[in-house]
Structures are given as C-alpha cells and as structure tokens.
Design a protein around this ligand. Structure first.
Ligand code: PMP
Length: 462
C-alpha cells in the first residue's frame, strides 16, 4: 500500500492501526475499540491531528522535543549526514566524525568529571549499559560481590529487562518475572504520600536515610551503585525536597558506592540547568541520557562515564563485551550535535532557569486556589498538579474513579496534551515555550480543572 496522509481518512488510518500496530504501554483491545488519535504534523509547540485539530503539546512529545517541532537545522543536519554516510558502526576499530564530534561536545556540556561517553539507541539501552558497566567496574577492582544496585519504588528507568528491573513500577515487574537478580528498591522521596507530618526539608533527610538503611540491609560490601532520576518523571513529576540529593550523595560517598543519575528526562535543560544533577548538587559517577540529546528528532541515548569509572575501565580494562549496532549512529549523532549547538545558541537552558521556569512556577502556584488542587510542584519546565478530594488533609479520590483520566480527557477535548499519572496531572513542555504560550497553556489547564470539578460535583464524588 502506498497511500499518503492526504489520501487516507482518519477512520482508514485507525482501521489499519488497529489491525497491525501494537502500541507501547497499551491495552490493545481497548485502543482498537476507541481508535488512535492520528498526529500528522507539528510546528513549534503545537501538534496537528488528522481531524484538523491544533493541540498544545505540553509533554514535548514524550519529554523529548526540547527545541520544539520543525527546526530546520536538525532536518538539514540529518539530510547532510544521510547523504554523506548514513551508517557505519563503531565496533571494529572504526569511528565516524559525527560520533567523535558529539562525544567531544558532550564532554563540554556535562559536568567536569565526564570526559567519556558510551552510546546507545535509547534511554532503556543506556540503563542496560549502566548495569553491565557498574558490575564490570567492581569486577575489575576485584570486588565481584559488589553487584547489587539500589533503586527506588515508582522510579522509571526504561522498558528493557534491565531498565524495567531498575524501575520501580509494580505493574511492569508483574509481567515477565522482574526484577532481574541483584536489583532492590527503596521508598521514593514523595512528601505528599510519605512525609506529611514533617517539613519538606526534614522529610528529604529521612527519605535519603532510607538509602543508608537499604545499604546496611543488603550489606555495604555487596552494593555496587544507587540509581535515581533527579526528578521522577514518569512517576508523576515528583520533585524531591532540596535536602534529599545532597544527603544521598553523602551516603554514597560514605560507603563508596557509585551514584548514577538517570538524566533521560532531566538532561539538556529541562530543570533549568544542563543536567538535573547540577540543579540538585550531586556529582554522579555515571549519567544516563536520551530524549533531549536529539530533541527526539531521531533515536539516541547513552551513558556519560565519569573519571572514577572510566579510568578503571580504560586502564585495567580488557574488552568490555557490550555494545549496540547503533552505538554512535552517525545520523543520530549529527542531529544531536546540531541540537546541542541550537540549545547553546538560543540560550534555552538559561531561559528556563531565569525566565520561563520561574514564570511557570508562579503560574502553577496560582492554581493552588482551585478546589481540586492539593499540591503543585514545578522544576524548570516541568510541573505537576495533584487532584485531591480534600484539600486540608490531602485525602485522595478513590482510585477507581480515575479522576486524572477524566481531567486528561478534558485537556485533550480542549486542545492540550497533559499527562495523568494517577491523579497527578503533569507537564513538560518544549523549552522554547514563551511566557505568552505559558499563559495560553494555563487557560487550558484551568478550563480542564473546572470541567473536572463540574464532573466531580455532578456525580457526587466530592
Ligand atoms: N529513564 C527515564 C528517566 C525515562 O523517563 C525513560 C523514558 N521515559 C527511560 C529511562 C527510557 O528511555 P527510552 O524510552 O528511550 O528507552
């Protein structure tokens, strides 16, 4: 079949989609009944669907389109590279100019301990690399018993066997016999659920203390690394208290365990710093990235390898038996170089830090007066609004009501993509978003909240 967008109707697309395309994280039968929304093009921060709707994309695709849609520089970088050298691998003592150039540029924009990178095709693969690399590191140091990696409940680190194991999503562990051995989980730093009796700062220290408790439970000489997202993204944009990460760093240092920062969402400006670890004051040994490295225009991920690990791998090394066909894919790397240069040239990180990030925080603060809103958090250009039944106590709505999904439906209905994680309504819009566009987004968010409130009142849920 050789039909273009223009020659097929929405229904025809939906029929073919339902017949052949199994979507990620989807109840296939239910989606086939409803039919997918068909997104056909995009410009700036707006999507267009096959029905002619214009939709404000407050999720940057899937947390990735940091520079917005339709950037010609990235298209040209890809086109040029596709013509010159569409592919060559990096396995057999070869390299390509874009991969080398990107490695050099990443060393420039990441914190000073990072001079080396291992490329993958995605964030999940990056975290698979992390698991293999930290275990290899301790093997080379003659401590092979140090193989346990500590992660957190409600973390998201990807969907491969290792990525899903590192993640703390019960629903994922329940399918496929996960986690794999040697990965354990501690509680997350979610004040609203776990710390309401304490100040946020006190809770941050308590929550970090759970790492020390877990290290002692496992046995300090067994623990290889701790991994965490600076801000939990897929878990619901959970911004930890300011006291949390410095204390995590202190505990990692005390026991000599590696700190891994999963920057797949937080990297490349999302938090108002180049990387989330800079925003929260940690010095990770490894850093996973993906998404924003190419603004999602083409798949690419990887792991920044800090000196502590790189020196051991390089000096004591031998072969590291690990790698992907697309490690250092020249077209992906060329797009990443163009993307990072664009972020630098337009000062997008500084803009989020000094202007749009603080403005978004102000606008979200103003949502606190809404009867449904129990908690509001932002960090750079991401944010969460928690819907609660009772503002004073923070008591939630019954899960079965799926109020977040109701609210998400109203967002879509009004031309806004906002995601629901339980009853946390979350955003992570493109970093090119202007103040005026933030205002437009807030009008849509408030309208969705009002319509959700009206539903709750009409149905007696309040
Ligand atoms: N780590 C984090 C923090 C993520 O948010 C994601 C994806 N949302 C991943 C890893 C996995 O990345 P990918 O989907 O590219 O495999």
């Amino acid at each position: 079949m050789n039909q273009t967008t223009r020659t097929r109707s929405t229904q025809e697309w939906q029929r073919a989609d339902a017949a052949h395309f199994l979507h990620p994280f989807t109840d296939f039968q239910s989606l086939a009944r409803k039919g997918s929304r068909i997104i056909t093009r995009a410009e700036g921060i707006y999507l267009h669907d096959s029905e002619g709707h214009k939709i404000l994309d407050a999720m940057s695709g899937l947390w990735c389109v940091n520079v917005g849609y339709g950037r010609q520089e990235l298209v040209e970088a890809a086109t040029r590279q596709l013509q010159e050298l569409p592919f060559y691998n990096a396995f057999f003592q070869t390299a390509t100019p874009p991969a080398i150039e990107l490695a050099e540029l990443l060393a420039e924009v990441t914190p000073p301990q990072f001079k080396h990178v291992f490329f993958s095709g995605s964030g999940s693969e990056g975290n698979d690399t992390v698991v293999r690399m930290v275990r290899r590191y301790w093997d080379l140091l003659g401590q092979p018993q140090r193989h346990v990696i500590i992660s957190r409940k409600n973390a998201y680190h990807g969907s491969t066997m290792a990525g899903a194991s590192l993640g703390g999503m019960g629903g994922m562990h329940a399918q496929g016999g996960l986690p794999i051995p040697g990965i354990v989980h501690m509680e997350q730093p979610y004040w609203h659920e776990l710390g309401r009796g304490l100040s946020r700062d006190e809770f941050g220290r308590v929550a970090a203390g759970w790492l020390e408790a877990k290290i002692l439970e496992v046995g300090a000489d067994q623990v290889a690394a701790f991994i965490g997202e600076p801000v939990q993204g897929a878990g619901g944009v959970i911004v930890p208290p300011e006291t949390y990460w410095p204390e995590i760093q202190r505990i990692c240092d005390k026991y000599g365990i590696l700190l891994v920062s999963d920057e797949v969402i937080c990297g490349f400006g999302r938090t108002g710093q180049w990387f989330g670890c800079e925003r929260f004051g940690t010095r990770p040994d490894l850093m996973t990235f993906a998404k924003g490295v190419t603004s999602g225009y083409i798949p690419l991920g990887g792991v920044m390898v800090g000196d502590r690990v790189a020196n051991v791998l390089i000096e004591r090394g031998g072969e590291f038996n690990h790698g992907y066909t697309y490690s250092g894919h020249p077209v992906a790397c060329a797009v990443a170089v163009a993307n990072i240069r664009l972020i630098q040239r337009e000062g997008l990180v500084e803009r989020v830090r000094d202007d749009t990030g603080p403005y978004l925080a102000e606008c979200f603060d103003a949502l606190r007066d809404h009867p449904l809103v129990g908690e509001v958090q932002t960090c750079g250009l991401m944010g969460a609004v928690l819907l609660v039944k009772d503002k004073a106590s923070g008591a939630p709505f019954p899960e079965a009501l799926e109020l977040g999904m109701v609210c998400r439906g109203h967002c879509f209905g009004n031309g806004l993509v906002m995601r629901a994680v339980g009853d946390r309504m979350i955003i992570a819009p493109p970093l090119v978003m202007t103040r005026a566009q933030i205002d437009d987004m807030l009008v849509l968010i408030r309208r969705a909240l009002d319509l959700t409130l009206a539903d709750a009142q009409r149905n007696g849920w309040l």
